[in-house]
Ligand binder design. Structure first.
Ligand SMILES: NC(=O)c1ccc[n+]([C@@H]2O[C@H](COP(=O)([O-])OP(=O)(O)OC[C@H]3O[C@@H](n4cnc5c(N)ncnc54)[C@H](OP(=O)(O)O)[C@@H]3O)[C@@H](O)[C@H]2O)c1
Length: 271
C-alpha cells in the first residue's frame, strides 16, 4: 500500500501525550499537515503547548476533540487524511472486550475515511516480552520483532497486570487483519521501549509511567511499577521519528512490527 505523500495530512491520536506531542511537532517540522486529536480541545493545561507550535496559526496544525470510547468520533477527522498515527492510550486495559471495541471504532473510521492508506499503531515492548513470568524472559532473552510473550502462560490475565500487554497484542492483530481484508490501507506496528526525554507540557510529568517516575525520583521517591526490571530506554524524539519513518516507508508491509528501543538497559538504581 502507498506510504503517505510528502507534506501530506496525518491525524495523530493521543496528541496531547508525551509521544503524541513529539510526533505532532516533528511531523510539522517535516512540512506535514497535522490533525491533532485530543479529548478536550479547550483544556489549556493539555493543549496550550500544541496551539503554540509553528503551524497552528497558519492552519497547518488543527486540533480536534475525539474520545476513542465514542464510535464514529474520528470519522470527520480522518476524512481526507493520508495517514494516521494511532498513539493514544485507551481508557483501561483491564477490560479486553472494551479494548477490542475501541480498536473497532478506530478501524471503522479509517475505513470510512476513504483516504487513509497507512496507519502506524503504537504498541509496546510489553507486547514483545511481557513481564508475566520473569523466568520466561531468562529462557528467551533475545528481543526481536517476531518475538511474542508466552500467550499460553496461565499467569497472563488482566487481573495479574497483563491487560496492557494483552490489549496491545489484540490491537496489533485487529488492525493488521482489518487492513488486509480492506486492501486499501495497511497497518504497521511500532513497539517502543521506555520513552525518556524532554516533556513538552507540564501535565505530561504526571503521565507515563516513565516520565512520572523521573518526576518522583527528582522528589526523592521511586515507586516501582510492575515487575522489577531495568529501563529499556528510547529517546521519545527518536520514537516519534520512528513513527514518521514508518508512515513514509516504501519498504514496510501490512502487519509488520518494529521495535523502537535504543538497546540501552539502565538499572533503576543507576537512573
Ligand atoms: N511512555 C512510554 O514509555 C511508552 C512505552 C511503550 C509504549 N508506549 C505507548 O505509547 C503511547 C503513548 O504513550 P505516552 O507515554 O505518550 O502516553 P501519555 O503521555 O499518557 O498520553 C496518552 C494520551 O492518550 C490519550 N487518551 C487516553 N485515553 C483516551 C481515550 N479514551 N480517547 C482518546 N484519547 C485517549 C490521552 O489524551 P488526552 O490528553 O487528550 O486526554 C493522552 O494524551 C501509548 O499507546 C503507550 O502504550 C509508551
Amino acid at each position: 500500500m502507498a506510504p503517505i505523500p510528502k507534506r501530506g495530512t496525518v491525524a495523530v491520536t493521543g496528541a496531547a501525550g508525551f509521544l503524541g506531542g513529539w510526533t505532532v511537532r516533528l511531523l510539522l517540522d517535516r512540512g506535514y499537515r497535522v490533525r491533532a486529536c485530543v479529548r478536550d480541545v479547550d483544556d489549556p493545561s493539555r493543549t496550550a503547548f500544541l496551539k503554540a507550535m509553528p503551524g497552528y496559526a497558519s492552519g497547518r496544525l488543527t486540533l480536534h476533540a475525539a474520545d476513542l470510547d465514542r464510535d464514529g468520533c474520528y470519522d470527520e477527522i480522518f476524512r481526507g487524511c493520508h495517514g494516521v498515527a494511532h498513539i493514544a492510550h485507551v481508557s483501561t486495559y483491564e477490560d479486553q472486550a472494551y479494548v477490542a471495541r475501541v480498536c473497532d471504532h478506530i478501524i471503522r473510521s479509517v475505513e470510512a475515511s476513504g483516504s487513509v492508506t497507512r496507519v502506524v499503531l503504537t504498541s509496546s515492548i510489553a507486547a514483545v516480552i511481557s513481564e508475566a513470568d520473569i523466568y520466561e524472559v531468562a529462557r528467551r532473552p533475545v528481543f526481536y520483532e517476531d518475538r511474542y510473550p508466552d500467550e499460553s502462560n496461565p499467569k497472563r490475565t488482566p487481573d495479574r497486570g497483563q491487560g496492557y500487554s494483552m490489549g496491545k497484542l489484540h490491537a496489533e492483530r485487529a488492525f493488521a487483519d482489518a487492513a488486509e481484508s480492506s486492501g486499501r490501507w495497511d497497518a504497521i506496528t511500532c513497539c517502543p521501549g521506555d520513552n525518556v526525554g524532554p516533556i513538552l507540557s507540564a501535565h505530561q510529568k504526571d503521565m507515563g509511567p516513565w516520565q512520572h517516575n523521573i518526576e518522583t525520583m527528582l522528589l526523592g521517591k521511586y515507586l516501582q511499577n510492575g515487575a522489577y526490571r531495568p529501563w529499556m530506554t528510547v529517546d521519545v524524539r527518536d520514537d516519534a521519528l520512528a513513527h514518521i519513518g514508518l508512515l513514509e516507508s516504501t519498504e514496510v508491509a501490512n502487519g509488520e512490527r518494529f521495535i523502537a528501543w535504543s538497546t540501552d538497559m539502565r538499572r533503576v538504581e543507576d537512573i
